[in-house]
Design a protein around this ligand. Structure first.
Ligand code: GLY
Length: 578
């Protein structure tokens, strides 16, 4: 062995150029030889396809379409449509969503924005009474709560632009399930009970989703022949089958008769938008996530940029939970202050996703003491978006990827079905700030960015995300309203610490959203000592009785070309690798 300070080879500048060149090439050759096996071993295409979704019938439908020669994008159409049929409490063609896609051929990535938009007759104060008070339930129940659906247009767009199969093939599994029925599960039963009054208020929804005005028995079949017809129109005529013609007239007529404000023009003018995803880095992980009108990507990147300045792996549990909560608090404050529909407002996205900005936020965090939210420059209280969204993750054998999070907002959306259409309408209008500009408890004003305006898209928290550390790629997302982004954050931190698909979906969760000023913790997340430690730093702990979220992950490890997938154990979903 040479002494540590001895040169490995002669670096004398007098050495002749050809000899120097020889040495240089030799060093490169040795380096490449050593690195060679790793480079050669890094797979270019996955050894298997994988799908994880919130319902086994949707996961199966995705594989059925892959087996018919479809790609990940065709499978995404099939999975979305089946979820619309078998999870009417989560998403549907009366709703919308975001599909984050990666095309393997050329690495092209985009976010397909099929978010609902406000009807053209919508007004800023439409949910306020004469005294300016929010009328309870108006933005949640019935047709006045419904934004113009984006999912049918998005499915047509995905199939036409990215898929290989016609909609007649990719929608076939959903049409069959709508026609023949699917069995009621425990989640359906519980959520139908939770939304009983809203469903009972719509004769069509009551007939289809309830039995004798009550949640149906477990395993009884829910048949939706009208929805099957609507899906057939979409399959054979594309978006025009939904947004024009007889069906559009039926939708508008049904909505207006029941007190809603839709017009034919709302449907005709609905447009899918492709948006550049939000990008960031956390150590060596590239983050690709949802762009506005979702707040997901920007908030996720702000939190990760703040946390990048800490050695999280070597912190004790309480300090780690504390600094993560403080990062959440600050990023959610910015969410309320700045974010909304990019087609209507200017947003400081460059600033929010910039590590230098995050360093400033980090500097305001004490590692031993909580910062009261009231002491931060303020915005109004966060509204919690509905919990009953859905997510799925897909990779195909070419390496095409989809992370999609879809929603009709509250369980069973608005509870309203325009007669004869089978289309359960969303209540996504509730994701707008119903009363912006009003000082909050701290006398501070905010949320103007997310005020209602005709044709505007409401702010979302949906966070379909890709993580790429150069060796492993993860496709991640979850439902869970305003807690979506912190769930994706915790999964990302787990991935960064070497976690796999299983640990990412199952790890215990906690959440801070600036206001209310408290840390929400899942049961079993904190023991009494852990809870006391956070409280001694000044945190209010809200110990939840139930778990939350339904995260789905697909991981492709290129170093050994293995693909894995996991469905959240909190849900009834399934993952499959084949
Ligand atoms: N409605 C749930 C969300 O958009 O975040």
């Amino acid at each position: 062995m040479k002494a540590p300070d001895a040169p490995m080879f002669n670096t004398d500048i007098s050495i002749r150029p050809r000899v120097r060149a020889f040495f240089t090439q030799a060093v490169i050759a040795v380096t490449l030889f050593c690195a060679g096996p790793a480079i050669v071993a890094a797979a270019e295409t996955p050894s298997a396809a994988a799908i994880s979704s919130a319902h086994p019938l949707a996961t199966e439908a995705g594989f059925e379409i892959l087996e018919q020669g479809g790609n990940a994008f065709d499978a995404a159409v099939a999975v979305s449509a089946v979820l619309a049929v078998v999870e009417p409490y989560s998403s549907g063609i009366g709703g919308g969503g975001f599909w984050l896609v990666h095309r393997a051929d050329d690495g092209f990535e985009t976010m397909i924005d099929g978010r609902e938009r406000a009807p053209l007759a919508a007004a800023r104060d439409m949910y306020l009474d004469k005294s300016g008070t929010v009328v309870e339930g108006l933005s949640i129940n019935g047709p006045l709560a419904a934004g113009i659906p984006g999912e049918p247009a998005a499915l047509d767009h995905i199939a036409a632009k990215y898929g290989r199969l016609p909609l007649t093939k990719s929608l076939a599994p959903a049409i069959k399930l709508a026609e023949e029925g699917f069995p009621v599960d425990a989640i359906y039963q519980r959520l139908a009970g939770f939304r009983l009054a809203a469903l009972q208020a719509s004769p069509e929804a009551q007939r289809i989703f309830l039995k004798d005005s009550k949640p149906p028995e477990l395993d009884s079949l829910i048949r939706q022949p009208e929805l099957a017809n609507t899906l057939r129109l979409l399959a054979t005529q594309g978006r025009d089958g939904f947004y024009r013609g007889e069906l559009a007239k039926q939708l508008v007529e049904g909505v207006r008769k029941a007190g809603g404000i839709w017009q034919l023009r709302d449907l005709e003018e609905y447009k899918v938008v492709e948006r550049e995803p939000i990008r960031g880095n956390y150590h060596d992980i590239k983050i690709t996530s949802a762009a506005p009108p979702s707040s997901g990507g920007a908030v996720l990147v702000t939190m990760l940029n703040i946390l990048q300045g800490y050695d999280l792996d070597n912190m004790d549990d309480s300090t780690r939970q504390h600094v993560i909560s403080e990062a959440m608090r600050r990023a959610y404050r910015d969410r309320a202050q700045y974010l909304g529909d990019p087609d209507y407002i200017d947003m400081p996205i460059e600033m929010l996703t910039n590590p230098v900005y995050a360093a400033g936020l980090r500097a305001s965090i004490r590692t031993d003491k909580a910062t009261p939210s009231a002491s931060l420059p303020g915005a109004v209280e966060q509204r919690s978006e509905g919990n009953d969204t859905t997510h799925f993750s897909i990779i195909d054998k070419q390496g095409n990827r989809v992370a999609a999070t879809l929603s009709i907002n509250y369980p069973f959306g608005s509870g309203f079905i325009p007669p004869g259409t089978g289309v359960l309408l969303n209540d996504e209008m509730d994701d707008f700030a119903a009363k912006p500009g009003t000082p909050n408890a701290y006398g501070l004003v905010g949320a103007e960015a997310n005020a209602i305006a005709p044709g505007k898209r409401m702010l979302s928290s949906m966070t379909p995300t890709f993580l790429d550390d150069g060796e492993r790629i993860a496709i991640v997302g979850t439902p869970g309203g305003s807690r979506i982004i912190t769930m994706v954050l915790l999964a990302t931190l787990d991935f960064a610490a070497g976690g796999d698909a299983d640990t990412m979906v199952s790890l215990p969760r906690f959440h801070h959203q600036y206001l209310p000023d408290m840390v929400f913790v899942e049961p079993d997340m904190l023991d009494p000592e852990g809870s006391a430690a956070l409280q001694s730093m000044g945190h209010n702990i809200n110990q939840l009785e139930d778990t939350y979220g339904n995260l789905h992950t697909v991981v492709w490890d290129k170093s050994n070309n293995t693909v894995s997938a996991a469905a959240d154990p909190r849900g009834i979903g399934s993952s499959k690798v084949k």
